[in-house]
Ligand binder design. Structure first.
Ligand code: ADP
Length: 450
């Protein structure tokens, strides 16, 4: 049964149910017909006996029977007995051998030998000797014989009925499951052809299959988006890595070909160093984003003094001391991962100077909001146009990519956002080309759940 298709299973269950119902109906009909039959037989016995009864009298000491009196009529034997139960008239059927006592007006079924008889007696008070007993006997056919017609009908029609039920049940199940087959076939075709842009046809209406098809389509859409994002990511990553690699390669080829002066060689080596640094930074950022994404790198949050951490990062960084302003008061406790917050802060301050105006400033400030600690890095640089502000968090997105050797790969802010999320927090950005940009980390105040 386990290997059968759902359609067959439904049909089998349906068939069993139908068979059970048909069996119950037949049994019910047999029971009803049996009782109707015995009811009719008893009425027949009663009527025939009463008709004969009106014809019995005593005249001058002897029994007188009317003209319409019949000893055997409609299967009913009429017998007349004296008060002391001696048979006066009529013939007892041979099969009736029972010594049944007389009982006035009560019809009962008497089993005698292999047959059974309905017996009904009437006491007739006529004549001077007290009266007579008039007995009626009607053979009751045995139950199996009385119902063959119905039984035959049942025997012949039941298999036909079940066959019809099986065919009908299977047809209904097939019809009901057709949308599911369509969905399966389309989903199969999509997976065979690896064509994530294809969609399942949503059946009309609003039933389980409609919802299933819509869910499938949503799933395909999500898969398609993430697949495209992955493809884009791989393409971007290879592109970003290829640029420094080809710069290094051509620098090496040039040096090999034209035996440079020691001065030129130093320049070439310095350039190779810069490109290697760039690659190393890129690979580091990519790894960090991927690990944070996959959860292999998590924020190990501990209770730290954020003011202290920010002060150290600002003091140790390679930024111009007169350009970087720290606006922090006393200790500010927060649940944070020191290494990750350091990386976040370094990126934001780097950007502040990178995209700032010459001789510009970067302000780092700390504060609190309802249920959160705020760390803001603000600059007085060129700002980010409103239309770009949403996009800067995307991997490899750069507002102005053609910025020469100094520009990054567009991964810094994406990593910053991942770090914020790893802390259960988030980043906000306020920016205006008129005054600059302010990036704020919102860090939840509560202790992390263990
Ligand atoms: P990148 O490596 O290019 O700096 P980021 O992810 O750090 O990548 O930043 C993405 C883009 O956002 C940058 O290319 C830049 O155009 C813009 N951006 C980031 N920080 C600032 C800032 N402080 N002021 C102006 N623009 C910024």
């Amino acid at each position: 049964m386990k290997k059968l298709s759902i359609k067959i299973k439904i049909t089998v269950w349906y068939l069993l149910l139908m068979g059970l119902m048909a069996g119950l109906i037949v049994a019910f009909l047999l029971a009803i017909s049996g009782s109707v039959y015995s009811q009719n037989a008893m009425e027949q016995l009663d009527q025939t006996l009463r008709t004969n009864l009106s014809q019995v009298s005593m005249s001058e000491g002897s029994l007188a029977l009317g003209e319409t009196f019949q000893f055997y009529q409609n299967g009913v034997y009429t017998l007349i007995y004296s008060q002391n139960e001696a048979l006066l008239a009529g013939q007892v059927p041979v099969a009736f051998t029972a010594q049944e006592p007389f009982e006035n007006g009560l019809t009962r079924l008497v089993h005698t030998g292999s047959s059974q008889y309905y017996v009904l007696d009437f006491w007739l008070p006529v004549g001077w000797e007290g009266g007579l007993w008039v007995r009626g006997l009607l053979e009751a056919p045995d139950r199996a014989q009385s119902m063959p017609a119905l039984l035959w009908v049942a025997v012949v029609t039941l298999p036909l009925f079940l066959l019809l039920a099986a065919v009908g049940g299977y047809w209904i199940a097939r019809r009901a499951f057709r949308p599911l087959e369509d969905i399966t076939a389309t989903a199969d075709a999509i997976s065979q052809a690896s064509d994530l842009s294809a969609r399942v046809t949503v059946p009309p209406g609003s039933n389980e299959f409609t919802r299933l098809a819509s869910t499938f389509n949503q799933m395909f859409a999500r898969l398609e988006r993430s697949f495209e994002a992955e493809t884009q990511f791989t393409a971007d990553a290879s592109h970003e890595l290829r640029t420094p690699v080809s710069v290094i390669k051509s620098a090496c080829e040039y040096a090999e070909k034209y035996g440079e002066t020691p001065e030129e060689q130093r320049e070439t080596i310095a350039m190779i160093h810069r490109q290697a640094d760039k690659m190393s930074q890129l690979i580091g950022q990519l790894l960090s984003i991927t690990r944070l994404d996959q959860g292999t790198e998590t924020a190990r949050r501990e209770k730290i003094d954020l003011t202290d951490l920010v002060r150290t990062v600002c003091a140790e960084g390679p930024w111009p001391a007169d350009g970087l302003v720290l606006e922090a008061g006393g200790p500010l406790l927060a649940w944070a991962d020191k290494a990750l917050i350091t990386r976040l802060l370094q990126n934001l301050i780097d950007n502040g100077f990178k995209y700032g105006k010459p001789g510009g400033h970067v302000w780092v400030s700390l504060g609190t909001g309802p249920g959160e600690v705020l760390l803001t890095v603000r600059d007085d640089g060129k700002g980010i146009p409103p239309a770009e502000q949403e996009k800067v968090w995307q991997r490899f997105y750069q507002v102005d990519p053609a910025r020469g050797e100094k520009s990054g790969a567009g991964l810094g802010l994406s990593m910053v956002q991942k770090i914020a999320q790893a802390h259960g927090g988030y980043m906000t950005l306020e920016s205006d080309p008129a005054w600059g940009s302010a990036f704020t980390l919102h860090l939840p105040h509560r202790e992390p759940e263990r």
